[in-house]
Each structure stands twice: as C-alpha cells, then as structure tokens.
Design a protein around this ligand. Sequence first.
Ligand SMILES: [Zn+2]
Length: 330
Amino acid sequence: MHRWTPRRSPGRAARLAGWITCSLWGALWAADVAAAPPAQAPTPLRVLATTTVVADLVRQVAGDLVALDCLMGPGVDPHSYKATPRDADRLARAQLVVASGLHLEGKLSELLGRLGKRLPVVSVADALPQNKLLELAPGLYDPHVWFDASLWAGCPAVLAEKLASLDPVHAPDYRRRAGEYAARLQALHGELTTQLGAVPQERRVLVTAHDAFRYFGRAYGVEVVGVQGTSTESEAGLNDINRLVDLVVERRIPAVFVETSVSDRNVAALREGAAARGHAVALGGRLYSDSLGGPGSGAQTLEEALRSNVATIVAGLGGGESPATGSPQP
Ligand SMILES: [Zn+2]
C-alpha cells in the first residue's frame, strides 16, 4: 500500500540554501527552489479509507496516484469501531476521506458527518441507486453492498469523479482505471454465479455469524441466515440460536461458516445445539465479511476475497465431501 508521503519539511529549502554558498549562482538557484510553487513538485493526494474493502477500491481506482492510508486494519469490525485520538489526527490530515457508507461505520458516522463540513468525505455506497439496495427499515439500508460484485461495480465511478474534482490533472487516469475495474467486477460476477451454480439449490444455504451476506445471497441465488443481526452491535439471543438449530437440523445443512472480523461464539453455540440433536454440522471455513485479509492471506483485494469466499462455500456445501481445507487468515 502506498502510505502517507511525509510532507517536505519547511526547513529543507533553507538548509539547502545554506549548503550552497560557494557561488552567487548557487545561492540564486537555491532561492529559486525555495520559491517554487507546490504545483512544480506535486505531492500525491492524501486519501484515508475507513475499511480495507474501501481501501482496495481506492487502490484499484487511483493506484500510486494517491497516498493511501486505511483507518481499520484487516480483521477489524467496522460496526463497532470507535475512533481513537490518533485516528482523529489521521482523519484531520487527510485531503479526502473515503467511507463505505450506509451506516456501516456505525460509531464513526457522527465523526465523519462533522468532518464532512471541513474536508471532502465521500461515502461510496450512499451514491448507489436506492432501488438496488436492501431496505432493513424505512430509510435504513443494508450496508454490505460489496458482496454483490455487480452492485459494487457502481462505486468506482463515484470515487473516480470525487478524485477527479480534487486532482483534475489525473482525472482521465482515475476515470479509465474506474472503468477497467468496474468491467473486472462485472466479469467476476459472472464467474461467481457459475461457481455457485454447481451447488445443488436445496443446499445453497449460507449460515454465518452475522447477517452480512444478504446482497451476496440475492446476487448469487443463496439463501442466507445470520446468527446475529445485520450489525454486529446487536446481540444474538438464545431464541435466535435455537431457531437456527431447528433450521440446520431440519434442512440437514452440512456446514456453517465463521467470519474473519466477527466472534465465533454464536456459530459454536449453533453447532453444539445441532450436535445435541444428532446432526453434525461441519465448520465450512472462515469467510471474509467486513474486512479483507492481511498480507500473505491471498485475500488482500475484494476480488481475491470474493473468490476465496465462494471457493470456501462451494467446498463446504458442495457434494457432501469434506469441508473446505485451510482457513483464511485475517
Ligand atoms: Zn457487517
């Protein structure tokens, strides 16, 4: 990742002038350097992304044209994340803050709102057409839009236009890269549809820790059940677990899944409940949900994470063979 580029220290040109004292020409040259306007030596736009999924979007659209920092690292749950004083400093130094939006960053929303009055903040999913979003309550939408690759393909253009307005010199690059990335996401959508099509319809039931996969289910024809609600901030009750035990036992669901950014506790309770009723449920593997993987995980981009998830799901639910081998690392 292209991290912050430290700003040139203001004393550097002065020190430079001090060194070059051997001739008048040298001193004049140094004065020229000191007086050069910033446009002569542009520094990349400082962009701060909230989550790893959003940071990946920035990387795909802007590459090395911006200096990218990401607030929440791999494995961090964005629903419950609270900004630290150091984060507030990182946010304040950014020239553009890119958020996912639709209240994914639950506890940060207020801070982002306040920040938006002082510096550019773009919440990419907020710009998606409302008729393509899943409404949870009047005016409240499910934020996990990146699990539908064709829906997330609407976000690169939103980001590209924001970047273009702040850095017009590179506007054609941002727009070209956004177009290429959107096309790749659309192609990936087709690829994932084909792979999941190999799982028999009656087995296409995805039981996971929290309800992050509704868009995924809608896009790829998978019935999705979360032990917890759509946000990890709500606690799963005993009734929720018992209801899911009934479902898993009655439907003979072969595997359930855990997530890299959410506690396994509820899924473990579900498996124990099913086992007590004579139905062994395999742990199908670990899915990337609200966070991508870290270095070496093979899931540092959304494209890789979606491919990894689908491979894990197909192996876990597929033909009744052994569940997916290996667990992705956060
Ligand atoms: Zn979530």
